[in-house]
Design a protein around this ligand. Structure first.
Ligand code: AHR
Length: 500
């Protein structure tokens, strides 16, 4: 028997809309034939696919991180601005792909402006350093009268872009990273780069690289060392996490959200230990700028040692199942339950590469299974997250130990009373949940759910499009309680109202 207790006075905090971000990296077909394909029948006058932009809009994406990812760690941004015909292709070592540089900073930032997306830029701290980061920031945000801001103006863009969010490199703890660094080396470089960038534009927010995953050997020590150098200059620390079903261990995969919870709690503890040492009230928040289901260990292996690629190769194009959709929904529950410390989230990535949207060159764009829980949460989770008490049985998993069988998050919009309740059933049987709501009236008007299916990944467009959300089982209202029924292995989003 599972009980969820919802009290209107117990709140975690406001939901930063930047939680519903995504990520566009120059990787495989994310950019070329993903967001950008000038010969496509739906291409706009700038060469960007309208069908993809419309799906991104329906997905509810608010922010996009760019240009990487591993790609950024050997990127020469100067080669991708100015007249396109004069741009020099380069060999991107992260993905061993020849990058034509057709799309660069201006094209991306203007795309964001047209589509109403907030850009989040990353600077290269792998092969480059302070000077190039400062130059890029000045190019983007400078008012004119300097070499770099005048170059932007000469390239046709008078108004500064005013980019607010900047990542100081990407996954610098990873030995795979071009220009990989120790925590000490990276911490010093990030602190100096951040200091200089804030001298160019004090209004920006900076993200220091945290660990690439909780399972890195350096996890914990990395955060401590990096923040001991950067605490005063940065605003956020990054987290990255990808989950997959390994060796048929379905229970652990379904419990991924609990692993993500623990990861967040540990990073928060690390950041706050630095604050405590300094007797500081500053709270570093989290930019969870890469998260998703990714069959990294099980499917990616064969793609690691490819010969040099060109023309937007099909790499890391995972196809998702209903089970993957349930896990993505559950990971969103974790993000929502930590809005007091997570300011930014990026589902990695937006198109084709481990993405909710797939495309065919010259052809269709369609939704993967994982599109549905993200779009539903982005639409329904408004206002503030409530601090629920969830009492559920536990499941013992191989990878994460005991995890709750049912997880939940709820949001309420203080202006309208609109209530959303997101609930995952990690078990293979139906669950009856009693929602107790002392101190408030609750009306559940309906719900929609994603279900795990047992058919494996939906490989083709037809298979993916045959998958959709289903109506939730009807809620029954009692005196001070609502009885909810959850389908086996499902993620459900209920909507209704909260009255106090
Ligand atoms: O999102 C794919 C890759 O995963 C990114 O380039 C990198 O940052 C991470 O390891």
């Amino acid at each position: 028997m599972t009980t969820i207790t919802l009290h209107p006075d117990f709140r975690i905090g406001p939901i930063d809309r930047r939680l519903f971000g995504s990520f566009v990296e120059h990787l495989g077909r994310c950019v070329y034939t993903g967001v950008y394909e000038p010969d496509h029948p739906t291409a706009d006058e700038h060469g960007f696919r309208r069908d993809v932009a419309d799906l991104a809009d329906e997905l509810g994406v608010t922010l996009v991180r760019y240009p990487g990812g591993n790609f950024v760690s050997n990127y020469v941004w100067e080669d991708a601005v100015g007249p396109v015909e004069q741009r020099r292709p380069f060999l991107d070592l992260a993905w061993r792909t020849i990058e034509p540089n057709t799309i660069g900073t201006d094209e991306f930032l203007q795309y964001c402006e047209r589509e109403g997306l907030e850009p989040m830029m990353a600077v290269n701290l792998g092969t480059r350093g302070v000077a190039e980061a400062v130059a890029l920031l000045d190019y983007c945000n400078g008012e004119g009268g300097t070499h770099w801001s005048d170059l932007r103006i000469a390239n046709g863009r008078e108004e500064p872009y005013g980019v607010k969010l900047w990542c100081l490199g990407n996954e610098m703890d990873g030995p795979w990273q071009i220009g990989h660094k120790t925590a000490e080396e990276y911490g010093r470089l990030a602190a100096e780069t951040g200091k200089a960038m804030k001298l160019v534009d004090p209004t920006i927010e900076l993200v220091a690289c945290g660990s690439s995953s909780m399972y890195m050997d350096t996890f914990g020590a990395w955060e401590r060392t990096v923040l001991s150098h950067t605490f005063d200059v940065v605003d956020h620390i990054s987290m990255h996490a990808y989950y997959e079903e390994l060796n048929g261990d379905r229970a652990s995969f379904l419990g991924s959200g609990t692993a993500m919870d623990r990861f967040v709690e540990r990073v928060v503890a690390s950041a706050d230990s630095i604050a405590a040492e300094r007797r500081s009230d500053k709270r570093i928040t989290i930019s969870f700028d890469e998260w998703n289901v990714w069959y990294l260990e099980s499917r990616f292996v064969g793609e690691k040692n490819l010969p040099i690629q060109r023309d937007a190769p099909r790499i890391i194009e995972d196809h998702y199942s209903g089970l993957d959709a349930v896990v993505v929904g559950d990971l969103m529950i974790t993000l929502l339950n930590h809005v007091d410390r997570i300011s930014i989230g990026c589902l990695a990535q937006l198109v084709n590469v481990i993405a909710p949207i797939m495309t065919e060159p010259g052809g269709a764009a369609w939704k993967q299974t994982t599109f549905h829980p993200f779009a539903t949460a982005a639409r329904l989770a408004t206002g503030e997250t409530l601090n629920l008490q969830v009492d559920a049985e536990t499941i013992t998993t191989e990878r994460h130990g005991d995890v709750p069988a049912v997880t939940a998050a709820a949001s309420v919009d203080p202006a309208t009373g609109a209530l959303a309740l997101f609930v995952t059933n990690r078990t293979a049987h139906e669950q009856i949940v009693t929602l107790r709501h002392p101190g408030a009236g609750v009306r559940i008007d309906g719900g929609t759910a994603v279900l795990a299916d047992h058919d494996g990944a939906r490989e083709t467009q037809e298979e993916a499009e045959a998958y959709g959300m289903v109506d939730a089982l009807p809620a029954e209202h009692g005196d001070g309680t609502v009885s909810l029924r959850l389908a086996p292995e499902s993620w459900t989003a209920f909507h209704g109202t909260l009255t106090t």
